[in-house]
Design a protein around this ligand. Structure first.
Ligand code: GDP
Length: 305
């Protein structure tokens, strides 16, 4: 809340949940019997909100692993705190940057070793005579295709800054005894809080135009303030201290000469620049969420209706 009493959570949710996501959930469920390990990729900058709570029901009986991807963009200390927080609840987390080939190759080995251990715990005495089958899941834009492309023997999955590039569930042949099931990025039917929806959108998991770029840019600046992170004034050559998010965007627009006809500043283009620069890591490493002390505090993001 700022000093005017305004709260982002008071803004109505968009309810964005396109039909292809519902369909993908069904396809994943059908493929599940073939799967050895379910991997959920999320964004290390929002380790709670970018986890899809509906997966807890969908993948209930499968061995699971969570990947905090884009660790290069997140605060490393917070990433480690989150890893420990999830470990308390027996959720195994591995933080990586999918842009680094070694991180992804190591991941493949971990999947194989993990499944081998599971087989031995289940009493298997013979070696596995087939590939380990791994389902890659996650909300849009968290880096699923980037991971898959690094492991794939052919270039397949299209990597894109636009959420929702992969639309079908498909098997991807991978070298070294692994088969991957690539799945489309899916959200859940009812996101509960506007701040969660906005956080997902700032991380690129929901398209900007679903929310509106100006609202997103203001939210990003508000989140930076909340996390005691300085606004990127230096990056844009803004010398006077803006009083609020709106004034910051106005100054950015002026500095860049972004004007609409009639001489009004173009806040939409200023907002687009701000979001792009943030997503490219130009504001430094940042994590939006800190681990809550109690599980109850995390529940609004962890339960799906
Ligand atoms: P998907 O929708 O989950 O398949 O996500 P993509 O693999 O298409 O990646 C979405 C965007 O995030 C692309 O612009 C990638 O280049 C970028 N990206 C993926 N992994 C990383 C990472 O570890 N670090 C950074 N900085 N960017 C990444």
């Amino acid at each position: 809340m700022d000093n005017t009493g305004f709260k982002f959570d008071d803004i109505p949710l968009t309810g964005w949940y396109p039909g292809h996501m519902k369909k993908a959930n069904k396809q994943m469920q059908e493929a599940l019997k073939l799967i050895d390990i379910v991997v959920e990729v999320c964004d290390a900058r929002a380790p709670l909100t970018t986890r899809n709570p509906s997966f807890d029901y969908l993948f209930n009986n499968k061995p699971r692993m969570v990947i905090f991807n884009k660790a290069d963009l997140a605060d490393p200390e917070e990433t480690e705190r989150w890893r420990q927080w999830y470990a308390q609840y027996n959720i195994r987390v591995i933080a990586i940057s999918a842009t680094k080939l070694k991180n992804v190759k190591d991941l493949a080995q971990i999947w194989k070793d993990t499944f081998e251990q599971i087989r031995q715990d289940r009493g298997a005495t013979q070696p596995l005579h087939r590939a380990t089958r791994v389902l890659i899941s996650g909300v849009p834009n968290v880096g699923k295709s980037t991971i898959i492309n690094k492991l794939s023997v052919e270039r397949r999955a299209e990597v894109g800054a636009k959420p929702g590039v992969t639309r079908i569930v498909q098997w991807i042949p991978v070298a070294g005894g692994i088969e991957l099931l690539d799945t489309p990025g899916v959200l859940w039917p009812k996101i509960k809080r506007k701040t969660h929806e906005l956080r997902l959108a700032v991380c690129g998991c929901i398209k900007d135009d679903v929310i509106g770029v100006e609202l997103l840019a203001e939210f990003l600046l508000a989140e930076m303030k909340k996390n005691n992170k300085d606004w990127p004034s230096e990056l844009y050559g803004i010398k006077t201290l803006p009083r609020d998010e709106y004034e910051f965007l106005e100054s950015l627009a002026k500095k860049r000469g972004l004007l609409r006809s009639g001489g009004k500043v173009d806040l939409e283009r200023a907002s687009q620049i701000l979001l792009k620069d943030f997503r490219e890591g130009k504001f430094g490493k940042m994590t939006f969420e800190i681990p809550p002390e109690k599980m109850e505090d995390a529940l609004p993001a962890m339960i799906v209706e």
